[in-house]
Design a protein around this ligand. Structure first.
Ligand code: ADP
Ligand code: ZN
Length: 431
């Protein structure tokens, strides 16, 4: 078994807790002294750094939300003089105005080390060729995995996204062994590879896919099409970028880099901290960042934490795959609907993950349609057969969601592909 930083990845529980306590106390002092926004938040609760003596006091600290970041934009949460920072990255803006995060050189090193842990956990070493087609630029995906690959000493292909022909050419000519991109782009590349009939020219063995939610079914689909093992990786710009957590050889949940980020699960409605094993909203406290440390940042991502012993030997806590974002949950006719539920039904029924959810409001009633691409084989079916398929899918959707969508099967390749995060939901309701 290989690790990038075994002393952290396989530390005993006690030594990890001691390290977390020490770093937490230091971080709270740092932001209290240097960030007026935090000082005020803490003062409003009658807190001073003396109240935070160990990990057990974490719950006393106030939460921070994306709105706080938007309010403090751009410099309000910067904890060092601007001249100490060397990089700015920004969120994708999936849910509204983008926010920015600042990094010192050390912050970047830590972030890249986290990505290096992920690459090594996926079987990567200096003998690999890492093909990175996450977007480069303000988005953290490209720079994060690029830096991680350098730390591992692998040969790095900084492809960025787009230009499929060139992706396929370099992937085959330069014998890429590890592919890093969003799962939806991986599915698209797999589709293009099949189309070109070049599967046997690939040297890929693993993929590191993240930045958006994907299902177990989608994993199997990509794995079989590309003949690789596909690993999940999670992160968010506010907390650093990809590599906050990563999957190991067990492919059953992502190990959180707890020496840098303390995770908590809370009830999104009450803010109450929930025990391990219970699903809720993920909250992170970064404890080693210099330029942009965030205390108890509410990610709005839903998952479960578990501390069961992992066969890979890592002792880092695991988070389950993200089942949704509290803000991508749709409320349709009063019922909560997550795109991930829809995807699970589709993949179980043998459809590709090319679908779009259309929601509108007509005469005060929500309309709800799911458009799903057929595979080329299905497309040659008769109209009657297609109708029968639609009814079958509708029945499974109703069973999963508790409400009835309109299900429409559309021609292969008729739904726009995304090079970054897929756009699954088009909500035209003006509420
Ligand atoms: P934005 O919130 O604008 O999308 P980022 O580009 O920083 O900003 O993306 C971070 C978000 O992407 C996370 O909060 C999460 O919702 C999603 N995400 C990242 N990695 C994963 C993953 N492996 N599985 C599911 N969702 C993920
Ligand atoms: Zn593991």
């Amino acid at each position: 078994m290989s690790y990038y930083q075994p002393e952290m990845e396989c530390a005993t529980r006690e030594s990890m807790r001691a390290l977390q306590s020490e770093r937490l106390v230091k971080t709270v002092g740092h932001v209290y002294r240097n960030v007026a926004y935090y000082r005020q938040l803490m003062e409003e609760r009658g807190l001073t750094p003396d109240d935070i003596r160990s990990l057990d006091d974490l719950h006393k600290l106030p939460f921070l939300t994306k709105n706080d970041l938007r309010e403090a934009y751009p410099y309000g949460l910067l904890a060092l003089p601007l001249e100490e920072a060397v990089r700015i990255q920004s969120t994708s803006g999936t849910t509204g105005k983008r926010v920015v995060a600042f990094y010192t050189q050390r912050d970047i090193d830590v972030w890249e080390e986290c990505c290096a842990r992920a690459i090594v956990a996926a079987g990567g070493s200096k003998r690999d060729v890492v093909h990175v087609c996450y977007g480069y630029g303000l988005f953290t995906g490209g720079p994060g995995l690029n830096g991680g690959s350098h730390k591992v000493g692998a040969l790095t292909l900084p492809m960025s996204s787009g230009n499929t022909e060139r992706q396929l050419q370099f992937m085959t000519d330069l014998s890429a062994t590890i592919l890093c991109c969003t799962p939806s782009y991986a599915a698209f590349l797999a589709e293009s590879i099949e189309q070109h009939g070049i599967q046997d020219q690939l040297s890929l063995k693993a993929g590191i896919f993240g930045a958006e939610a994907w299902s177990e079914e989608m994993r199997h689909d990509i794995e079989s099409k590309l003949n690789i093992k596909a690993y999940d990786i999670y992160g968010l710009t506010e907390v650093s970028g990809p590599g906050v957590s990563f999957e190991c050889s067990e492919q059953a949940g992502m190990h959180v880099n707890e020496d840098h980020f303390i995770p908590e699960i809370i009830d999104p409605d009450t803010g109450e901290v929930l025990p391990d094993g219970v699903q809720g909203e993920l909250v992170f406290t970064s404890i080693s960042k210099e330029a942009f440390p965030l205390l108890r940042y509410r990610t709005r991502d839903l998952c479960v934490l578990t501390r069961d012993k992992c066969a890979c030997g890592r002792t880092l806590v695991k988070m389950s795959r993200i089942t949704g974002r509290t803000d991508d949950m749709l409320i349709i006719r009063g019922v909560n609907v997550f795109p991930s539920q829809i995807e699970t039904v589709l993949m179980n029924a043998g459809y590709p993950a090319n679908y779009q959810i259309l929601v509108d409001r007509v005469h005060y009633t929500d309309t709800f349609e799911i458009q799903v691409e057929m595979t080329p084989e299905m497309f040659s079916d008769t109209v009657k057969e297609v109708e029968a398929r639609e009814i079958e899918l509708l029945t499974s959707m109703r069973a999963m969601l508790g409400i009835s969508p309109k299900v429409t099967l559309v021609a292969p390749r008729s739904i726009a592909r995304s090079e970054g995060k897929a756009v699954r939901v088009i909500d035209k309701r003006k509420i």
